[in-house]
Structures are given as structure tokens and as C-alpha cells.
Design a protein. Structure first.
Length: 172
């Protein structure tokens, strides 16, 4: 079911460079199998856990006192621990996009942007970093986001909302 759903989503993006990403929203105990199913279906794995990429979400930004401080702390952590991790920041508006670009992040996540706002954000970013769209994107709206020029679209539904195929093998 996960591989089939992923294939349906990725097929909606035919002819575009945009890739469908999974999320960490997986069935407890089944993460690695579901991640493999996403890859089998033609999607791309985002993060396996909290250890392989730093994702600075809106709450982190708010508690740290802003994007520059949150990114600074993440980079200090990487230096102190000898880690080479990509840093992604979730943004809510154009001002936060500018802050993330100035802070030198590897990827900007446009959270709950409309396709129109996404198109404007892609122009503002101008290829300076990877771009991910996220938040409420369905198979019906997926292509509109891909056509904006984002690199990735993350879809939690690939793993958390899939119905398994009802199959049985009958011996005759």
C-alpha cells in the first residue's frame, strides 16, 4: 500500500524535477519497512530519525528567539559533536525565508503555503538552497506545488494514511 500510494503521488509530478518525500510519521515498529516501501514506490526518504538531519521547526525558532539564533545553535552543536548534518528550517513567511537564507541553511521548508505563496517564495529563494513544501498537500494539489519549482514535497499520508491491500492466497 505504501509503495503504491507513493507511486501515485510521484506520478503526479511526471516531467517535473520535484520529488515526493516521506516523513517520520510512520507506524510504530514499522519505520524501516515503510521507508523502504516509499523508496520502492519511487519516493525519497526525508529523515530516518532525529539523528540524520536537523529540522528546525516553528516551535524551535520561537523558543530559540528567532531563526538566526536557532541555526547558530544547531551549527554549534554540529561543530561540538563533530557532526556534518544538513540543517533545514521551517518558515512561515517571507521575512523568515530571508532570515533562513542569511543563516545559511541547507533547505527551507515552506509550511502551509498556498501554491501562489510558494511560487513567490521560490522566486525569492532564487536557487540559493533546497526548497521543500509541506502541510496539507494532497494528491489533488500536489502538481500545483511541484509546478512552482520546489525540490521536494513532503507527504505524511504516504505512511500514516495508507490502507493495506486486502490479499489472500487460496490454494486450488
Amino acid at each position: 500500500g505504501v509503495a503504491t500510494m507513493t507511486r501515485r503521488y510521484q506520478d503526479q509530478l511526471k516531467g517535473l524535477r520535484t520529488r515526493v518525500l516521506d516523513t517520520r510519521k510512520t507506524t510504530p515498529g514499522m519505520r524501516m519497512l515503510e521507508k523502504e516501501a516509499v523508496a520502492t514506490g519511487g519516493g525519497t526518504n526525508h529523515r530516518i530519525g532525529l539523528f540524520d538531519m536537523i529540522l528546525i521547526k516553528d516551535n524551535h525558532v520561537d523558543f530559540a528567539g528567532g531563526i538566526p539564533e536557532a541555526v547558530k545553535r544547531a551549527k554549534e552543536y554540529c561543530r561540538a559533536k563533530g557532526k556534518d548534518l544538513k540543517i533545514e528550517v521551517e518558515v512561515r513567511n517571507e521575512d523568515e525565508i530571508r532570515q533562513a537564507l542569511e543563516a545559511g541553511v541547507d533547505r527551507i521548508m515552506l509550511d502551509n503555503f498556498t501554491p501562489e505563496r510558494t511560487r513567490e517564495a521560490v522566486k525569492l529563494i532564487g536557487g540559493r538552497t533546497e526548497i521543500e513544501s509541506s502541510g496539507g498537500i494532497t494528491i489533488d494539489t500536489l502538481r500545483a506545488y511541484g509546478e512552482c519549482g520546489v525540490d521536494y514535497i513532503s507527504v505524511g499520508a504516504l505512511t500514516h494514511s495508507v490502507k493495506g491491500l486486502d490479499m489472500s492466497f487460496k490454494a486450488v
